[in-house]
Design a protein around this ligand. Structure first.
Ligand SMILES: CC(C)(COP(=O)(O)OP(=O)(O)OC[C@H]1O[C@@H](n2cnc3c(N)ncnc32)[C@H](O)[C@@H]1OP(=O)(O)O)[C@@H](O)C(=O)NCCC(=O)NCCS
Length: 149
């Protein structure tokens, strides 16, 4: 999706995340998980800030002028992730940011782990040519003692 509004386009940039940006990233991910637990795939419960801060990813803040409005990241295994704050969603920013991330980190292969219920994320990633290739199976809430066989 192209960015809506030529002025917005001029104000946008990706800035390499500094240590001080970790709090912003932690907070938006935490809020998103609280409201969209059914959209998550790997993370079911937000880790502590201390643990989250140790996660090794290369992160960029999406900035409108000096205002942080989202982030994108890439892991050493080429998995990418993305987030845009609700007020700025649906304007093409997520797509733009992922393209910028891939330009900064050219790889033979990228992948993303996306919940099928997360329509915006599915649309974003498929519009960039990513193809679905697997299904994650999950079983929750059974204690070890109860697993028979
Ligand atoms: C996923 C996310 C990053 C998309 O960012 P965005 O800036 O809104 O994306 P874009 O505006 O570039 O739009 C991408 C596509 O999603 C569609 N889309 C955006 N918001 C949508 C919504 N609420 N419902 C349905 N489709 C939506 C757009 O129409 C576009 O599709 P198109 O290319 O077929 O027109 C954003 O919704 C978000 O941050 N969600 C919460 C975090 C998240 O889910 N991260 C991904 C985890 S895998």
């Amino acid at each position: 999706m192209p960015i809506m509004g030529s002025n917005l386009n001029k104000e946008l940039r990706l800035a390499r995340a500094q240590k001080k940006d970790t709090r912003f990233i932690y907070q938006v991910v935490k809020e998103w998980l609280e409201h969209h637990a059914d959209h998550s795939v790997i993370t079911l419960k937000m880790p502590s800030f201390a643990k989250f801060s140790k996660t090794k990813t290369t992160k960029y803040i999406i900035k409108k002028g000096d205002m942080p409005i989202g982030f994108v990241h890439i892991l050493a295994n080429n998995e990418i992730g993305y987030y845009v704050i609700p007020e700025f969603q649906g304007m093409g920013l997520g797509t733009w940011a992922v393209i910028q991330l891939m330009k900064k980190h050219p790889r033979e292969r990228y992948y993303a782990t996306v919940n099928n219920k997360n329509i915006a994320s599915v649309k974003l990633i498929t519009s960039l040519g990513f193809k679905s290739k697997a299904t994650i199976y999950e079983k929750i809430g059974i204690s070890r003692k109860k697993i028979k066989r």
